[in-house]
Design a protein around this ligand. Structure first.
Ligand SMILES: [Zn+2]
Ligand SMILES: [Zn+2]
Length: 327
């Protein structure tokens, strides 16, 4: 099978011809139909996340078709369509796993980071962490839901019940979650890079009530904020825009350092928190919700061999919406 392989962080991915993997006990073998490109892939490839399992096939927004079953894998039949998310394995016995917080499992395995992912023609996945995908759904449109959608949805939940929201960074995750928030009757304010007129236009198209450049004052005080951009300087900026008691959620796995800021920005019971990974419950909830909205994803498609170009376009902010690789 063809695959894009990371040999060492900081190096471009290498196109390789590898033997197709063999599904182990409880695993399914998948033909990859589409794989989204997430900002986390960029953090892995650029070496901002420690200890990837090298050599590594990245990719954790996978829509695939089951083509083989490992021993005891009975959950899906051959030919079924499934989605593979970032959470690829958990221990099931640690304190986090036993308290419904498997997203915080110390032993967790992550697709496209500590487990091989979907930048390939085929992959294996533990059947327990796959999601069923309906036959009617479009592969390319569905792929970004599997991380940008799922983890974005978890961030939205952690932002609380307030109705006036601010989203900083309007890429793959924000463009999906803005539609969910608008459908829930909330007012989303989108903050983008100053030069990114296209992102502001997309935000307004997708139901945001206001779009401006980060640093601009929104027309009203906000109840909560979600920072999707990996930029620590946005934390004090977002805190300065939210009401007392409001939460600022940092939705990315990596962020540049947060600069010092005056205590008065946090005063008034404002909170700053991160969101880490996902639970299978987040996935089930979100994937049931997405068709009701219905969520419309804006995508740019690349061939598998163009993965380096897709990553570069994401790094340089040249993308509108989400990038998806087609093997
Ligand atoms: Zn655990
Ligand atoms: Zn991701």
């Amino acid at each position: 099978m063809r695959a894009m392989v990371l040999d060492a962080p900081g190096r471009p991915l290498r196109l390789a011809d590898l033997p197709s993997p063999t599904p182990g006990p409880g695993q399914v073998l998948l033909e990859v139909l589409a794989c989204g490109v997430c900002r986390t892939d960029l953090h892995v490839v650029d070496g901002e996340l420690p200890n990837p399992a090298l050599p590594l096939i990245p990719g954790h927004e996978v829509v695939g078709r089951v083509t083989g079953l490992g021993e005891g894998a009975t959950r899906f039949r051959i030919g079924a369509r499934v989605g593979v998310p970032w959470l690829g394995w958990t221990c099931g016995i640690c304190a986090a796993c036993r308290s419904g917080r498997e997203n915080l499992c110390q032993e967790a395995g992550f697709t496209g980071y500590t487990l091989n992912g979907g930048y390939a023609e085929a992959m294996v996945a533990d059947q327990r962490y796959c999601f069923p995908i309906s036959e009617g759904a479009d592969d390319v449109a569905t792929a970004p839901l599997l991380c940008a959608g799922l983890i974005g949805y978890r961030a939205l939940r952690l932002a609380g019940e307030g109705t006036r929201l601010g989203f900083w960074g309007f890429g793959a995750a924000a463009h999906i979650i803005a539609q969910v928030a608008a459908w829930q009757g909330r007012q989303v304010h989108a903050f983008t890079r100053p030069a990114d007129e296209a992102a502001r236009r997309m935000a307004l198209d997708l139901g945001c009530v206001w779009a401006g450049a980060s640093g601009d004052a929104p027309p009203e005080e906000l109840d909560a904020g979600i920072i999707f951009a990996p930029v620590g300087a946005l934390v004090p900026e977002a805190l300065s825009r939210i009401a007392k008691g409001g939460t600022v959620v940092c939705a990315g796995i990596h962020m540049s350092d947060i600069p010092g800021f005056p205590y008065r920005l946090l005063w008034g019971e404002r909170m700053v928190r991160s969101v880490a990974n996902l639970t299978r419950r987040d996935g089930e909830e979100f994937l049931a919700l997405a068709p009701q909205v219905p969520v419309r994803t804006v995508t740019t498609v690349y061939d598998l061999e163009q993965a380096n170009r897709a990553l570069a376009d994401l790094r340089e902010g040249r993308l509108t919406g989400a990038a998806v690789l087609l093997p």
